[in-house]
Ligand binder design. Structure first.
Ligand SMILES: Cc1ncc(COP(=O)(O)O)c(C=O)c1O
Length: 410
């Protein structure tokens, strides 16, 4: 069953959106991205309840980890409570120290930048390439070669005097970052790579799965993601020692199963067996979900390709995108409306859309952070509009939405 119905509620949500992506949409409204449960979800959840394995350990946690490791082509997977927890854990376990600096994509959901601050380090935002919308490797090169000096095997930011210790390339919207040049630079400047693959499970860079190229790959199973566990995350790595450290620190740094001794300050970042049961049932359907996302993207790309003022979502020749959130760019001069005006017009037709992120270097949250900018993130923020693309979206619906977008063009 795929989610469509509204939940009526009088609860005060404060600043929490009552209907974020991933939550059920009101009746008759086409949502942006909602989960789809048509595999063994009920069966696995029932097993949890029947056996009393509901909490932060259990057979589904281990099975989910094992299947994720196999799927991503990595040696170890550690299940955690969210994608943000996966990123925070990766930073801590990788040895990123307070006051270090970490290069991170400027055009992304805010979680990786927050995780950097949770670790006590500082983000340096790297703008996007206009061709892929992903972290621009040329800007990474520019920052490292022009702003940094080498001291022994450390890379020092000349302006701040801080050590630059890692890069978090964020594979946004289902498309991979151009990793080869970034990995070459990371090797040259002794930087650890932590891939944020939260939005791109299943995407490949050449023949490699996203999340499998850096020291760590981090995934999210939030409700709007390709697969969901209700909430949750996973950290993958080929390094057994680091995987063990991650497991330890995310379990309150408890030293032995039967004894309450702790050797450092840990975190309760564990995924529950209930969440893992849901996540595993979803992961079993990942190929089906990917095929659905790719079919929807093909419709939009075909049907919108020649609409004046609309640019369809890019895909680099070296990338196999999952098209997780299908996003267009609106040129108001040629189209006659802005992205937000188009959003309102589609809303009046019962179609939900989303604008995309403010460049992180412009957010209040990360005010004053360093950034290497070329204007692309800002342009994407001002012009992007994400269209409905749930796994269960019907081809006719994608054509109807495309026709309306064509009709509204002035
Ligand atoms: C790029 C990116 N990184 C990290 C996260 C954080 O994942 P979570 O919401 O599971 O903490 C998300 C989304 O939620 C994301 O889109």
């Amino acid at each position: 069953m795929c989610a469509t119905n509204a939940i009526a509620t009088s609860i005060d949500h404060g600043n929490r959106e009552p209907n974020p992506a991933g939550a059920p949409a009101p009746e008759g409204i086409i949502p942006v991205a909602v989960p789809c449960f048509r595999g063994r979800e009920w069966e696995y959840l029932k097993q949890c309840l029947d056996t009393n394995w509901v909490s932060s350990a259990g057979p589904f946690v281990e099975r989910f980890e094992q299947v994720m490791a196999e799927y991503t082509g990595t040696a170890h997977a550690v299940a955690v409570s969210s994608g943000t927890a996966a990123l925070h854990t990766a930073l801590m376990v990788a040895g990123i120290k307070p006051d270090d600096e970490v290069l991170v994509s400027d055009f992304t959901f805010i979680a990786p930048a927050n995780a950097i601050r949770h670790a006590g380090a500082w983000p340096v935002f790297i703008d996007a390439s206009a061709d892929t919308w992903q972290m621009d490797p040329d800007l990474v090169y520019r920052f490292l070669s022009e702003n940094c000096v080498r001291q022994g095997n450390r890379t020092i930011n000349r302006q701040t005097g801080r050590t630059v210790s890692a890069i978090i390339p964020v594979h946004i919207l289902g498309h991979p970052v151009d990793m080869d040049p970034i990995m070459d630079l990371a090797a040259q400047y002794d930087l650890i790579i932590i891939e944020d693959a939260a939005e791109s499970l299943g995407a490949t860079y050449g023949s490699r799965q996203v999340g499998s190229m850096g020291k760590f790959g981090c995934f999210s199973f939030n409700g709007n993601k390709l697969i969901t566990s209700g909430g949750g995350g996973m950290l993958v790595t080929d390094d057994l020692h680091l995987a063990r450290k991650a497991r330890h620190i995310t379990s309150q740094a408890k030293m032995a199963a039967l004894d309450f001794r702790h050797d450092e300050v840990g975190y309760n970042y564990r995924l529950t067996n209930i969440q893992a049961a849901l996540g595993l049932a979803q992961l079993e359907q990942v190929d089906e979900f990917l095929a659905a996302k790719r079919a929807i993207a093909a419709v939009y790309t075909l049907a919108l390709g020649d609409v004046p003022g609309i640019s369809t979502m890019p895909r680099a020749p070296w990338a196999d995108s999952t098209w997780w959130l299908y996003t267009i760019l609106v040129d108001p001069k040629k189209y006659g409306h802005t992205n937000l005006q188009l959003m309102q017009m589609l809303k009046a037709e019962g179609i939900s859309t989303q604008a995309r992120w403010q460049p992180l270097h412009e957010t209040e949250a990360h005010k004053g952070a360093q950034a290497v900018v070329n204007g692309v993130s800002k342009d994407l923020h001002l012009r992007a509009l994400t269209l409905p693309c749930s796994v269960n979206l019907k081809t006719e619906q994608a054509y109807r939405i495309s026709k309306l977008i064509r009709k509204f063009a002035k």
